[in-house]
Design a protein around this ligand. Structure first.
Ligand SMILES: [Zn+2]
Length: 95
């Protein structure tokens, strides 16, 4: 029996947005972290999705607002994500 739990994957859909931190127009990569419980890839308990994105210019890490992340994960699309949905978490130290 293969039990699935926390998963992290890159969202294929990139999106050009204005970074709320540095104000530049950048192509944002989104990362999806899902938490739930399932067997043979069939979800038994509803998955909860969290989306994160990192600005390629200033390396700020943002979380996507929870409801928007759920909706976007369901639609497998970043179309409805806007800069207003990004919650600044921290700066990622870059060498
Ligand atoms: Zn930025």
């Amino acid at each position: 029996m293969k039990v699935t739990a926390d998963k992290v994957r890159a969202v294929k859909d990139k999106k050009t947005m204005t970074c709320p931190k540095c104000g530049k127009d950048v192509k944002m990569d989104f990362i999806e972290a899902s938490m739930g419980f399932g067997v043979y890839n069939i979800s038994l308990v509803n998955y909860k999705y969290n989306w994160y994105t990192i600005c390629p210019e200033c390396h700020a890490l943002f979380a996507v607002e929870q409801e928007k992340a759920q909706e976007s994960a369901k639609n497998k699309s970043t179309a409805s994500v806007t800069a207003d949905d990004l919650i600044f978490l921290k700066d990622i130290p870059v060498k």
